[in-house]
Design a protein around this ligand. Sequence first.
Ligand code: HEC
Ligand code: HEC
Length: 244
Amino acid sequence: MFPTSRARMALLVAAIIILPVLVTTALRAQAASPAVERMHAHLTALTNIDYAVVRGDLDDVREMSKALLNELSMDGLPTNAQKYLGDLKGAAREAGEATTIEAAARAVGMMSAACGACHAGLGTPIAMTAPARPPSISSVRARMLEHYYSVDMMGLGLQSPSDDHWKRGADTMRKAQVMKVTMKDEALARDLNEAEAAYKQIGVKAGGARTPAERAAVYGEVLTSCGNCHSLHGRVFGPGLPKL
Ligand code: HEC
Ligand code: HEC
């Protein structure tokens, strides 16, 4: 039912390397001022931090959040952006100090909302490119990639901010088909089956969330569920496995 561990490792390497590269390449296509280039770097940084929470790797979350915090500056931004930058810094600082996945996930949700608050507050919502939706195939791995797609869309929905992106993420989550798995590792199979049902419920909640604060909280909840299971079971990634 699963690919060999070597194939799985290759896929994982591909996912970790390709996701950020795709973001960077898509962004490089646009000519940019230094301020815009910095924004692109922030987007790549936040995507990587999000993914570290999903992987359940708190060390990476802390390290990357502190690095982002150091990069944030007002250079080239309008003076009325000061307050929003302060909010983003506060959230990045919290993520940099998080000692639980839940706290990290909450802080990352606040960071995404802070990006969106500045863009909306300055009257310049950003059109962020949606990732391609992975095909729906009934295997654990395929479902995980679909989960990541939903999470990614919701994150972009907060950062742009874009109602449409958020709703697309929430919709795929709400409509995800619950697949009952049986595995040699019974504890993992039980956790997966429970998580899949809970996941759809969070999708319903995400669909009903209206304000950026509500959405950021639901986003944090989703990331917590991903990170907790990966860190507990360490199947393809998580702090228990060797770093690539
Ligand atoms: C303090 C205000 C502020 C914050 C906070 C902020 N941005 Fe921006 N962002 C801007 C402004 C202003 C622009 C428009 C720049 C321009 O077009 O000159 C922009 C543009 C962008 C762009 C588009 C650049 C382009 O190609 O035109 C992206 C992507 C982006 N921001 C991502 C983010 C992400 C991700 C975060 C959170 C980590 C974030 N921003 C936080 C103010 C902010
Ligand atoms: C109850 C446990 C559990 C939960 C909850 C969970 N996962 Fe997973 N995840 C797994 C397992 C097990 C694998 C390894 C699958 C395999 O055998 O390849 C995995 C693998 C992954 C992968 C790597 C896929 C690959 O091979 O490229 C991604 C990405 C992923 N999960 C994303 C998510 C996201 C996003 C969430 C939250 C919305 C989530 N997962 C929630 C158990 C879980």
